[in-house]
Design a protein around this ligand. Structure first.
Ligand SMILES: N[C@@H](CCC(=O)N[C@@H](CS)C(=O)NCC(=O)O)C(=O)O
Length: 310
């Protein structure tokens, strides 16, 4: 008989990318399991399952591991289609919005937050992120760039306001979509760290202020806590359930069985190696055999990732 595995989110409370997923649990009324991971490496119970992918969050269902919020959203939508994150009016744009919200918009947000909190950022955190990026994590430079970051943050928030200006409830109309979840991540992050700055910015954006309240009201659904060790135990005992799927239009002729490595295309380019199980224009799943976790299938989105032959 097939075993029902819990939907586990490996995350930490301050993580804005994790907040997107917590909100989707709230929106779709999903019962989930919360595994709180360390903000910095090492994460010895998680790495055997991801094969080295180290960004946060990661979703685990048995021995299937979903990396990156794009990929997690897609899988949650497949399993829990109602209410949809992808209404037809903005089906493509809902996904594409992450390339705005997670990149340019997020850069203004994260630099603003770390610039304003420069004195409080622990040295171990700075060292961890420098190792990940292979570049200086310069909180002093971020502090001196606060005026420019406030300009950029405000300009990005104005785009939300412009979208809501006709009185609609959600960015794409009457139905909530992934556009709302993606954009809200940045508002949530500044709200959690710099509430006074956010109030100043939102003073000129009343529609965004109302939308923020609606977004916050979605909540996080119901969750139960689990330790990292218990999650690894589940991953180790379970068998991946991903079915083989070929993509006849793959532009590089890749197919199930090919050995590849997959890595983010911006920084922290740690390649996860494995054999292709399933692929499409938006998704690749690879099978790995880990000395600790055993057989795992690790899923990635395509945009923002490189797939290289091994
Ligand atoms: N594209 C990724 C980005 C995730 C991301 O950058 N998360 C932050 C934490 S909120 C992170 O992992 N930072 C570096 C680290 O923790 O190793 C996604 O959508 O999931």
């Amino acid at each position: 008989m097939a075993v029902e595995h819990p939907i586990i989110l490996h995350h930490f409370p301050q993580s804005p990318f994790s907040e997107k997923i917590r909100l989707v649990f709230g929106l779709k009324k999903i019962a989930w399991t919360s595994v709180e991971i360390a903000r910095i490496m090492p994460r010895p119970d998680l790495m055997p399952m991801t094969g080295g992918y180290r960004r946060t969050p990661v979703m685990q269902i048995g021995a299937d591991i979903y990396c990156d919020t794009q990929c997690i959203m897609r899988e949650l939508e497949r399993r829990f289609p109602e209410p949809t994150l992808f209404p037809q009016a903005c089906r493509g744009l809902a996904s594409a919005s992450a390339m705005w919200t997670d990149k340019a918009f997020f850069q203004s947000t994260v630099n603003l937050v770390f610039g304003a909190l420069a004195d409080k950022v622990p040295q171990e955190f700075i060292a961890d992120r420098e190792k990940l990026r292979g570049a200086k994590f310069d909180v002093a430079a971020m502090a001196s760039a606060i005026p420019q970051m406030r300009d950029l943050f405000r300009a990005n928030v104005q785009w939300i306001e412009a979208q809501l200006a006709d009185g609609r409830r959600w960015m794409c109309g009457d139905e909530i979509s992934l556009c709302d979840i993606n954009a809200y991540m940045n508002i949530w992050y500044v709200r959690s760290s710099l509430p006074m700055i956010l109030d100043q910015v939102l003073a000129e954006f009343p529609a965004t202020k109302g939308w923020e309240t609606r977004m916050r009201g979605i909540g996080h659904g119901t969750s139960t806590e689990m330790s990292t060790a218990a999650a690894l135990e589940i991953g180790t005992r379970a068998t991946p359930t991903t079915a083989e799927l070929a993509d006849i239009n793959d532009p590089n002729g890749r197919k199930p069985g090919d050995q590849v490595q997959v890595m983010p295309d911006d920084y922290g380019k740690i390649g996860v190696r494995g054999e292709i199980v399933a692929l499409s224009s938006q998704h690749i799943a690879i099978r790995r055999h880990d000395p600790i976790a055993g057989e795992m299938v690790v899923h990635f989105p395509r945009v923002g990732f490189l797939v290289l032959p091994v």
